[in-house]
Design a protein around this ligand. Structure first.
Ligand code: HEM
Length: 405
């Protein structure tokens, strides 16, 4: 089969190329692809291979060349990327990740439930006013509010910060980032915002909440000893967590709306009722928003007969692994009753497994629940527009009109 350009964001304007992935899984599960503006890459498409590579961080590194599909344009850019823990390997990664993971424990997430419920109800009220609404900003508002609250970003700053975060997350889309130029000023904007917030927290911690207060008081122990976190170290958490949290959950919500619009009967069995946990898990398997992450091989090795060399780019296709017929029976079917629901929508269980998974699950359970319980019909009110992006499957605009149940 002719190779598709899997790193081209344009490819995904037509959606995830599921037939191509199926062909790769069956015929070339460790597939080399040439790249127009890059060194070329391997794509792992089978469930077992994606899980193994996720766990084998010594062989498949995040730090070597970062976890984004695009190559860094300079050594300086690579060094900057490595300040974010998503672009580090253990043991450095473990030390940094531990500092923020306290914000995302099941107990912390449970405490957020009343806020999430209120926000979901308010947003669905807004949808039910009989007018046409773009669902994308509604979903983004909800996702951002939860991450920002946990992190400790004051509400008055949300509109400004959501703008910056959006450009950083959706930088490959010309409507969000005209000219598709690199936008280092966005990094600077978020850094200067973070700097102001950190200074304010250091001056008067009692006026602030959230993980940022803990970070200011945290200590880090490394080879050089123990020190409290510097401003630069704290700043590096902002883009990682805010970008990771804004669009992913929002894309999943919009994709649920899209599935409902396209195949109105698909969710009939659940409409009017509670949203079971298995519904969310199966939805993430079936239409999870994170298509892939990148690793770099740290040593020459052979995988399924293919020779992978040190320094080569390896793309882990979560979108394909979640539809692997070797692991999931009839994977194209949406079936929350399936026995095995161990999908890789949040990663394959390695050190980089999504830190926001519990929060995302709770957001989705409550928002899907509100939609299923309160909405009678939903239709597209205009042409929906997919996001131009090569790692996230999402929507730029999704105008809808809904009627109540
Ligand atoms: C439906 C929603 C979400 C999906 C599908 C998703 C998916 C993922 C995936 C696939 C990874 C990479 C795993 C790996 O390479 O091993 C990841 C990592 C990450 N996610 Fe999420 N995510 C979601 C929501 C969130 C939220 C709400 C947050 C923020 C609070 C978040 C923050 C992060 C961070 C910081 C990382 C990097 C973790 C690390 O390197 O240790 N994500 N996510």
């Amino acid at each position: 089969m002719e190779r598709l350009d899997l790193v081209s964001p344009d490819l995904y304007l037509d959606g995830v190329p599921r037939e191509y992935f199926r062909w790769l899984r069956d015929n070339d599960p460790v597939a080399w692809h040439e790249e127009r503006d890059g060194p070329g890459y391997w794509v792992l498409t089978r469930f077992d291979d994606v899980v193994s590579a996720n766990r084998n961080w010594e062989l498949y590194s995040n730090s070597f060349k970062g976890s984004s599909i695009e190559e860094a344009r300079s050594e300086e850019e690579l060094v900057a990327r490595r300040r974010m823990f998503v672009n580090q390997d253990p043991p450095e990664h473990t030390r940094y990740r531990k500092l923020v993971s306290a914000a995302f424990t099941p107990g912390q997430i449970r405490r957020m439930v009343p806020l999430i419920e209120q926000t979901c109800a308010r947003l669905v009220d807004r949808l039910l006013d009989g007018e046409t609404h773009d669902f994308v900003p509604i979903a983004e508002e909800l996702s951002f509010q939860m991450v920002a609250t946990l992190f400790g970003v004051p509400e008055s700053d949300w509109p400004h910060l959501i703008e910056i975060t959006r450009v950083m997350a959706d930088f490959q889309d010309p409507e969000v980032n005209p000219g598709l130029a690199p936008r280092p000023e966005m990094q600077r904007d978020i850094a200067s915002y973070a700097q102001e917030l950190i200074s304010s927290v250091r001056r008067s911690p009692e006026n602030h909440d959230g993980v940022v207060v803990e970070l200011v008081q945290s200590e880090l122990t490394d080879d050089e000893g123990t020190h409290t976190l510097t401003d630069a170290e704290i700043i590096s958490f902002f883009p990682a967590v805010l970008v990771g949290g804004l669009s992913t959950t929002a894309h999943a919500m919009t994709e649920m709306v899209n599935s409902w619009v396209r195949e109105p009967n698909i969710f009939d069995a659940w409409s009017g009722g509670e949203c079971p946990t298995s519904f969310v898990e199966e939805f993430l398997r079936w239409r999870g928003p994170v298509m892939s992450f990148r690793r770099t091989a740290t040593a020459d090795h052979v995988l399924r007969g293919r020779q992978i060399s040190r320094g080569e780019k390896v793309i882990l296709s979560y979108a394909s692994a979640n539809h692997d017929e070797r692991h999931f029976e009839m994977p194209e079917m949406f079936d929350p009753n399936r026995e095995l629901l161990d999908h890789v929508a949040f990663g394959g269980g390695g050190p980089h497994f999504c830190i926001g998974a519990q929060l995302a699950r709770m957001d989705l359970k409550l928002v899907f629940g509100q939609l299923l319980q309160r909405i009678g019909t939903i239709e597209a009110a205009g042409e929906p527009q997919r996001l131009r992006a090569n790692q996230f499957a999402g929507w730029l605009h999704y105008p809808v009109r809904v009627t109540p149940r």
